[in-house]
Every structure is written in C-alpha cells, then in structure tokens.
Design a protein around this ligand. Sequence first.
Ligand code: FAD
Length: 392
Amino acid sequence: MAEAKSHEAQAEELQQIRQSVVALCDKFPGEYWREIDAKREYPTAFVQALTEAGFLAVLIPEEYGGSGLGLTAAAAVLEEIQKSGCNGAACHAQMYIMGTILRHGNAEQKAKWLPKIATGELRLQAFGVSEPSNGTDTLSLKTRAVRNGDHYVVNGGKIWTSRAEHSDLMLLLARTTPREEAKSRSDGLSVFVVDMRETVGNGMTIKPIRTMINHSTTQVFFDDMKVPAENLLGEEGKGFKYILTGMNAERVLIGAETIGDARWFIKKATDYANERQVFGRPIAQNQGIQFPIAKAYAQTEAANLMVEKAARLYDEGKDIGPEANMAKMLAAEASWAAADTCLQTHGGYGFAEEYDVERKFRETRLYQIAPISTNLILSYLSEHVLGMPRSY
Ligand SMILES: Cc1cc2nc3c(=O)[nH]c(=O)nc-3n(C[C@H](O)[C@H](O)[C@H](O)COP(=O)(O)OP(=O)(O)OC[C@H]3O[C@@H](n4cnc5c(N)ncnc54)[C@H](O)[C@@H]3O)c2cc1C
C-alpha cells in the first residue's frame, strides 16, 4: 500500500514538472525559435529561464543545490520542451554532463563545481569527445594530456564540441597513456574538467561550425593548454569507463527529446490534416493521410515505453547499455517517421518557415547520427547483446 502511494506521489510530481515546463515553454513560441534560427543565435533567454526555474539542475543532488531527482524526471523535462516546439539541445548537456563529476569526482571537486552548476553560475555545457580523425572510434582519439608537475599539458583538438562558446567548463576526454602502452583497448584515456574561462585564448581556440541546424557547435584546438592536475576526475587512465555511464544517461535523455519531437509532429500533422480542405473535404479524411500519422503515433508510443524503461532501470542503479541504446534508436526513428509524415501532410506549406515544420524536421534528423549513429547501436546490440562477431 505504502509503495502504491509512493508511485502515486511520484506520478503526481512528474505531472507537476511537466505542467511547469509547458508553462515556461509557452513564453517561447515559434516566432522566437524562427528568429534565432535565422540568425544562428544562441537561445540565451530560454536557457536562462530554464536555469532560473531549476529545470537544468534536476539531476543534481539536493545537498549540492539541485532537485535530487532521477533520469525519469529529467526525461520528462526534455520531452515537454521538445513537445512544446522548443529546442533543448541548447542546454540539455548542462543536465547530464555533471554526472561524471558526481559519480567520479572527489569531495573537493564536487563541492567546488556542483553547487555553481546547480545555480547556473557555472555552465558545464561542453563535452569534448569527438575528434576529426577518428569518428565514432572513440578509443582511437589522439588528443594527448601529458603530466608535467602540478598540471597536464594538452595538445590536439576536438570537433563538434557543441555549446563551447556558451560554457564555462568543458568535460574533456584525452589520452594520458599512448595506445601502444595501454593495458587494454579502453585503458589510458582520462577525463578532465577544463575551466574555459582560463584556457580560451590561452592554449584553447574555438572555431564555430555553421550547420543545417542552429546548434552552436564548434571545433576546438588545444595547443599546449595547461589543465591543473587537480581537475583530473577519478583515476588517470580510467576515463573511458567513467564517461560510458554518462553516455547511457545521455542516450535516454536524447530518446526522451525525440519522443517530444515526435509528439509535436503528430499533433501538428493531425491538426493541419483536420483543417486543410482539398476537394471540398479535410485531407484527414483520406486514409493515405491518416495512416502514416497513425503509424508514427504507434511507433512513438512503443519507443516511449523503452525510454521509460531505460530511465527507470537507470534510476534503480542498473546497467542500461542495451536499453539506453534501443531507447535512443527507436525514439529517433519514431521522431523521424513523424517528421517526414508531418512535412508530407503539410504539402508545400511544410516548406514555409512560419509553420515551424521545416525547422523541427532539420533539428530532429540530427539524432540518428548524434550522439551515436544508428549503425553503431545496431553493431552494439549485435555484438554485446546477441553474441555475434564484431564486424569492425
Ligand atoms: C550537430 C552535432 C553536434 C554534436 N555535438 C557533439 C558534442 O557536443 N560532443 C562530441 O563529442 N561530439 C558531438 N557530435 C559528434 C557526434 O557524436 C558524431 O558526429 C557521431 O558520433 C558520429 O561520428 P562521425 O560524425 O565521426 O561519423 P563517422 O564515425 O565518420 O561515421 C560516418 C558514418 O559511417 C557509419 N559507420 C562508421 N563506422 C561504422 C561501422 N563499423 N559499421 C557500420 N557503420 C559505420 C556511421 O554510422 C555513420 O553513419 C556532434 C555532431 C553533430 C553533427
């Protein structure tokens, strides 16, 4: 009985979070996103509002000034943002990158950074993993961090480091032991918190990359950049393992975002189909219009179950490699099916910016490639879940 009550209380809390997020998002309608998209500007006012409302600190424990909620709550926040037509990509990383500090940082590191990340005084939005030369093969990354007394000297570079220009801190994955000397394939990589307020222009150069979406992504160059040794998280050489848990959380949250996108597209398509009159009747009366929308709806509901399951298992402290990957893949596919259907339902008007369909269509496409592509998820499931040979 007590347990049933606590489920009820949890559901009630989630419902309240969802309603508050929707109320906040109502202040940032399509016009806002269209304008910043055209100018390729960062949505500062939106991110500020989310920060002030505490939504970006839901995963930070209460003792560090956050709400101390789980991945299920964080997923609900991001789903509602996307479902409202907004774009959480501008700040979703502030929610989950700190998890690596929380899980692997020492007491001083946590006390130094987490409370300020919770208030937004410190923005931890940049995650430096991808590099130009190695692509998805993270273990081949070349950025080197070499210990020199009380600091490390970093050389190399990252690509697709999103929000680097709008962040104070970067979580950086770099090689501390040359690959040929490392004990295993995944050994020899380390994670650092880089204070970009000190390093930009001082060993670090950031170059924006203009893309088909407004994502504030960049290329970052390190040239003898000094990072204090006290900014190393956990043990040297064990960094890859540390970021994997964070990547699973990220996949679930991106899954929740794409569920939100899918729901936005389905509603937009349904409303338009019911309104638009062609041949003297609403186009929604044609099964050729109805069926793809209904199919995308079914796909979205099924994918959402996997997102919810992965979040719940994560909150229970379970290893969620398979579920996180499946959640992200299925949800991104559902959102893409919904996006394509929504555009088709709108006919020519889908291409007009004022409907917001083309913008969301571009935005949601990213998630079949980042943070991990569909092929790599299928490879993971084939090898690690189904026991087939590694293909690469
Ligand atoms: C807008 C944007 C924002 C991003 N933000 C960040 C960020 O903040 N931080 C960060 O570190 N990274 C970021 N990324 C990088 C992103 O995670 C990578 O683009 C993604 O992991 C794919 O890597 P890649 O682009 O190097 O593709 P590649 O690894 O070059 O792959 C190209 C294609 O080949 C396929 N492929 C590769 N190997 C295999 C194989 N063995 N079997 C089958 N198919 C294969 C892939 O599936 C893909 O379709 C971002 C990317 C974009 C576009």
